[in-house]
Structures are given as C-alpha cells and as structure tokens.
Design a protein around this ligand. Structure first.
Ligand SMILES: Cc1cc2nc3c(=O)[nH]c(=O)nc-3n(C[C@H](O)[C@H](O)[C@H](O)COP(=O)(O)OP(=O)(O)OC[C@H]3O[C@@H](n4cnc5c(N)ncnc54)[C@H](O)[C@@H]3O)c2cc1C
Length: 431
C-alpha cells in the first residue's frame, strides 16, 4: 500500500470490531489495525443467535458459512424465527473471523493492548494519539471504539464533550450518559449435553424447539440447542425489577453462580422445568446484567473517534440482537468510511451521518428489548394495552406483542439504511 487514504485503529476484537476490520480491510487505500486488551482471542460469552437481518450482512461478507462451519448450527424453528447459534465461549468463532481477515490480507489483532486514553486535536493534519496500558503508543486518523460494555472510548467521548461546554448541567448530563445501569436482572447460564436431558425426558420440548418457560413470579428460563443439537444453551433470568435502571452494589457483575441461587424460584413449575434444572450439574456462569442508559447517548462520535456495538448501546439479550446490532453498526460505518470521498478532512461528516442514522434506531431496539423482557417474565401489569385483561388473555397478548416486536429482525434489511446513509453523506459533503 502507498500512503493510505485513512489509517483506522479499531479498539476491541469482539464481533463488532472484527466485522468492521473485515469490511474495511477489503479497501486497499485503508490501513486497519485492531488492538485487543485480552491476552488471546478467547472470551466468555453466550450462545449467540443471528437473525436473518444480520445474517444477510454476514452473507454479503462471505462469513455466514464460516461461522456455521466452525461452531454453528441452525436452530429449529419456524421459517421466520430460524436463527443460527454460535457457541462463543471457545475461541473458534473469533479464530474463524481472524482467519478470514488473514485471507483477505487484513490485520491480525494485536493482543494485550488495552487502550487507556487518546488525544485528538480534531484536525486533519494531526493524527489521533492512542495510549495503551503497557506504556506504548500508536497513531491513527480514525479511532473506532468497539470496546464493549465498559468502553473507555465511550467515556472519553462524553468527557471531551463535557469539557467543551460551559453549561455545568449539560456537562453533568454528558458524563452521566456514559455510565451503565443495572437492568434489574441477574442471569445464570449453563451449557448442558442434550443427552443428559434426553435421559431424563426423551420427549423434552427443548430437544426439538427453542423454549421460554415463564411464570408469574417474573422469572424465566430460555433455552435452545446449539452445536447441531448436541448441547443446550440455558439462560435463567431472575428479576429484581424494583432496581431496574439503578445501581448494583452487591459485588462482582460476573462470575460463578450456584444452582441454589435460583432453583427455589422454580419450585412447583412444570415437570419439564424440573427435568432441566435436574440436568444442571456444573456451576453456571452468573451475570448481573448492566445496560447503557435507556435514553441512549447524546452522540456516538466526537472529532475522529466513534463507537459501535455494546460500547454504544448495550441492550438486554431477551431478543438476542446485541451482536446483530454490532454487526449492523460495523456494516453501516464501514460503508460510509470506505466511500472514496471520505478523507482525513471529510471524516467527521461521515461519522456524523453514522451517528444520525444508527443512534435513534439503536435506542428503539434497546427499548423494545427492555419491553420484551418485561413481557417475557410476565411483568405486564401497568403496561399500555394490558389494563383489565384476565391473566390468560394477558399472557396471550404478551406472546403476540413479542412476536410482533421481533418481526423486523426477519422482515427488514439493513441495506436500506446503508443506501440512506450514503445518500445523506453525499448531501453533507455537498453542503
Ligand atoms: C447472556 C447473553 C446472551 C446473549 N445472546 C445474544 C444473542 O443470542 N444474539 C445476539 O445478537 N446478542 C446476544 N448477546 C449480546 C452480545 O453478546 C453482545 O451484544 C455482543 O457480543 C457485543 O459485541 P461487541 O463487539 O460490541 O463487544 P464485545 O464482544 O464485548 O467485544 C469488546 C472487545 O473489546 C475488548 N476491550 C474492552 N476494553 C478494551 C480496551 N480498553 N482496549 C482494548 N480492547 C478492549 C474486550 O476484551 C472485547 O474483546 C447476549 C449477551 C448476553 C450477556
């Protein structure tokens, strides 16, 4: 490569960062470097499902089969709700993405590089300076923060904006907007051999269909098969909804849990639930689920820095679309940045368009996921449309509402958003 049109640093090699790297590395005039804080590309995660809307992007990137081949399976379900599951607590999925990057001459993520801060004078002739925990530094023209829920880049962007304003209340609002809140849920996740469940109940519904077991004490269990049906991913959602959007101050957010932490909540539930819980014999993972604030951030960008994925919008996993949203962000941002009219000089215009197109959409997606969560754990009392309904009707309405809310995941495409954003970019550049 001669002198690149843009030098892009991606911080974070999760699905959002790696898909962005793949999209941008296809362009000879863009130099991409990926920095990852972990010592190797293996992370704890959950069996991730991709809906048709994000699968369409994976297909366009020639990635769908790669993910299927390495760790995936197509879970059973009706045509609309069919989804791919990828087991993400082993390095295979990430390795597949990195292998694909190598194939197209893209970068290998540099591990053990935790970004601690950056400086950006927001001028075309001075690069963004990155500082890492190990004392090293690097420069780039564009910093993409794909650094997940505890994003340093998100906090730094809001801090910069806060420092720029003379209005103390606004500065406070900006700083607060970068903070996370407790969703009011604690989840426990376990992966079981399907055989174990089969031995207890050979007709168990989970062996043939994704299931949600829910009850009026506002807890639920979601399960589906992964790895060609050999394993079952089970996520137990326990509710503490009085604390929704509050602070959790009772210890670690993530670690090992115990079955005894939640087993009692499901006493007296149907035999399938008991068979499932009886099959748990190792300690589940426990997450105190935090999210970005429901009102969303006031912006995703400042100067030559921008955020995507969980760094920008961490949402509840009830509708299983967080990774899908990270992929969409990556796709739309990459389409804008790779437009040949986007240079060091015009870059902020491209980032503004990304922000204008994606942020309202993400805020809606996050709110729908929150509402779906309430419906899934049958916390519908007080919700519009549920007043004076008998329990049976209310439960039926919960199901119908969730189904309706989810439809966009398989009936719509992100392609329209790509085209709209490119059009908006041309208008911005003409102005
Ligand atoms: C229980 C559960 C179930 C889920 N199920 C689904 C599902 O079925 N479908 C779905 O679409 N989504 C699901 N999600 C959500 C999904 O996992 C996330 O939305 C998605 O992984 C976010 O990807 P990301 O690349 O934005 O962030 P991450 O995957 O968190 O990646 C961020 C990366 O940045 C690195 N990093 C962090 N800080 C720094 C730093 N300072 N410097 C350098 N690197 C850094 C981290 O090590 C990490 O590798 C689920 C989430 C949970 C908790």
């Amino acid at each position: 490569m001669g002198h690149p049109r843009l030098r892009v640093a991606i911080v974070g090699a999760g699905i959002g960062g790696l898909v962005t790297a793949l999209c941008l590395s296809k362009h000879d005039d863009i130099e991409v470097t990926v920095y990852e804080s972990a010592h190797r590309l293996a992370e704890l995660g959950a069996g991730i499902g991709f809906w048709p809307r994000s699968r369409e992007i994976l297909k366009a990137l020639d990635l769908e089969d790669t993910l299927l081949e390495t760790a995936g399976t197509t879970a059973p379900g009706s045509e609309g709700t069919n989804y791919v599951c990828r087991k993400s607590d082993k390095p295979e999925g990430h390795t597949a993405l990195v292998e694909r990057l190598k194939l197209i001459g893209g970068p290998t993520p540099i591990c053990s590089k935790r970004l601690v801060s950056y400086t950006d004078t927001n001028t075309a002739d001075a690069p963004v300076q990155l500082a890492f925990e190990d004392g090293t530094e690097a420069t780039c023209d564009l910093l993409i923060g794909a650094d997940g829920i505890k994003s340093r880049v998100r906090v730094a962007i809001m801090e910069r904006l806060a420092e720029e304003t003379n209005d103390a209340a606004e500065a406070q609002m900006l700083r607060e907007s970068a903070k996370l809140v407790w969703s009011g849920y604690i989840v426990y996740r376990c992966i079981l051999p399907a055989e174990k469940l089969r031995q207890r109940d050979s007709e168990h519904s989970l062996l043939s269909s994704p299931m949600v077991y829910t009850g009026s004490n506002n807890n639920c269990i979601i399960g589906y098969t992964i790895q060609g049906g050999e394993k079952i991913n089970v996520v137990v959602w326990t509710s503490h909804l009085a604390h929704e959007n509050g602070q959790y101050d009772d210890g670690e957010w993530m670690g090992k849990g115990r079955k005894s932490d939640f087993e009692y909540l499901f006493q007296g539930w149907e035999p399938e639930v008991q068979a499932l819980l009886d099959s748990f014999d190792e300690d589940p993972l426990r997450w105190v689920i935090h999210v970005t604030k429901p009102a969303g951030l006031p912006t995703y960008t400042h100067g030559r820095a921008v955020i995507i994925g969980d760094a920008a919008h961490t949402m509840l996993a009830f509708r299983r679309s967080g990774a899908g949203q990270a992929i969409e962000d990556a796709w739309i941002l990459s389409n804008l940045v790779s437009d040949s009219k986007v240079t060091r000089e015009t870059l902020p215009a491209g980032l503004r368009v990304y922000d204008a197109v994606r942020r309202p959409f993400d805020i809606d997606a996050q709110e729908l996921a929150r509402v779906d969560g309430h419906l899934m754990v049958l916390n519908y009392k007080g919700m519009p449309g549920f007043k004076d309904l008998y329990e049976e009707m209310a439960i039926a309405r919960c199901g119908e509402t969730i189904q309706r809310d989810w439809e966009w995941l398989w009936t719509t495409s992100a392609e329209g958003m790509v085209q709209a954003s490119l059009k908006q970019l041309q208008e911005e550049l003409r102005a």
